[in-house]
Write a protein that binds this ligand. Structure first.
Ligand code: NAI
Ligand code: MG
Length: 352
């Protein structure tokens, strides 16, 4: 099988870590019978300055018409508003209907407090439909925002969480893990928002009551106590599913549990299409120094492969990365090491 993969480095260290992602995909063993056909694509602030567009139509067209997946680096966003500029990743999620944002947060097994969870965030609705209004009243301005929750979006995100739980269970059959049983935790605030979050809760439970998820334990957790437990007992969690806003906050919070942004991958997933994207930004403070940690991107490449139905290839990348971290000899500066980006990549390629 040959997968056509778009490479979108973007800005800053995106240009250093996306080539690393390409190298790891090219280095996968031939026995997997998996080939890649890469296409370089533009997006980001530099693209905006050069072409007038942060997300050129050509990029979207090639992704939509030719590619099965993509790797997206990072983009710089100016701190002041620039006319005509808006974030390309938000637009891409919308234009390609990438309805799920998936963020695994994992330590190595020999960590003092090992954790291994995935946060599955609904990516298309909730307060992020950005339908806000402001009106003047005798008491001053009042601003309001629409929080939209639909049956369709809630159902498909919960089903995805269930599918991920099953897949993780399967992977555990052949590799050691801190979890013995798959668990999906549905997060909401339906005690206060009984209609919107209430609908998310009801439909999620319904989706996960499908007999194919019979082996998966289902629990629910109100979002504020979820934050408390996530920080006190992160090892308890396997798969967490949440509406857009809570998922955004939980996933950034969870990333803090593993030490460096340079370790945390994500994927934006739609029907038959996935974009792997490291969680970090363009890191202008370290760009051009060959010290960016490539691991978030390598894991994002693996995550993309999981959603393109290539779990074996993904598992090989995860194992090579874990072996590098467990040995702890060739680590980048964000992890307290002295290795360059290239040295980390080469160590991981050797293990692959
Ligand atoms: P950032 O994630 O770029 O950097 C935060 C800190 O983490 C910096 O000290 C940086 O050196 C370090 N860091 C990040 N990734 C690293 C890696 N792979 N290896 C080693 N150290 C790493 O966030 P910041 O500084 O808030 O934003 C910088 C630019 O990135 C801004 O223009 C911002 O808008 C953009 N950004 C883009 C994102 C995206 O494309 N998804 C996400 C977050 C920020
Ligand atoms: Mg965020």
């Amino acid at each position: 099988r040959t997968l056509r993969i778009g490479l979108i480095p973007g800005d800053g260290i995106g240009k250093e870590v996306i080539p690393a992602g390409r190298r790891i995909l090219e280095a996968l063993p031939a026995s997997l019978k998996l080939k890649f056909d890469f296409v370089d694509l533009k997006a980001g602030f530099e693209s905006f300055e050069q072409t007038g567009s942060a997300l050129p139509d050509a990029t979207v067209d090639v992704l939509r018409n030719e590619c099965q997946g993509a790797l997206f680096g990072a983009v710089s966003s100016p701190t002041h508003a620039v006319k005509g500029y808006s974030s390309p990743i938000v637009a891409l999620r919308k234009r390609l209907d990438l309805y799920a944002n998936v963020r695994p947060v994992k330590t190595v097994l020999n960590a003092a407090k090992p954790i291994d969870m995935v946060i599955v965030r609904e990516n298309t609705e909730d307060l992020y439909v950005k339908q806000e209004t402001t009106r003047d009243t005798p008491e001053g301005k009042v601003a309001e925002a629409i929080k939209r929750i639909s049956e369709k979006a809630s159902f498909r995100i919960a089903a995805m969480a269930g599918d991920i739980a099953l897949r993780r269970q399967k992977i555990r059959e052949s590799s050691p893990s801190i979890h013995s049983k798959p668990l999906v935790t549905i997060t909401h605030k339906s005690n206060v928002l009984s209609q919107t979050d209430g609908l998310f809760r009801t439909v999620s439970k319904q989706a996960l009551s499908d007999p194919k998820y019979a082996s998966v334990a289902i629990e629910e957790q109100i979002v504020d106590s979820m934050v408390y437990k996530l920080f006190r007992q992160p090892e308890d969690y396997d798969v967490i599913v949440a509406p857009n806003l809570y998922g955004d906050i939980l996933s950034d919070g969870a990333a803090a549990l593993v030490g460096s942004l340079g370790l945390v991958p994500s994927a934006n997933v739609g029907e038959g299409f996935a974009i792997g994207e490291p969680c970090h930004g363009s890191a202008p403070d370290i760009q051009g120094k060959n010290i960016a940690n490539p691991i978030a991107t390598l894991r994002s490449a693996a995550l993309m492969l999981e959603f393109l139905e290539e779990p074996e290839a993904a598992a090989k990348i995860y194992a090579a990365v874990d072996a590098n971290l467990e040995e702890g000899k060739l680590l980048s500066p964000d992890l307290g090491g002295k290795a360059t980006t290239d040295e980390v990549v080469e160590d991981i390629l050797r293990r692959l």
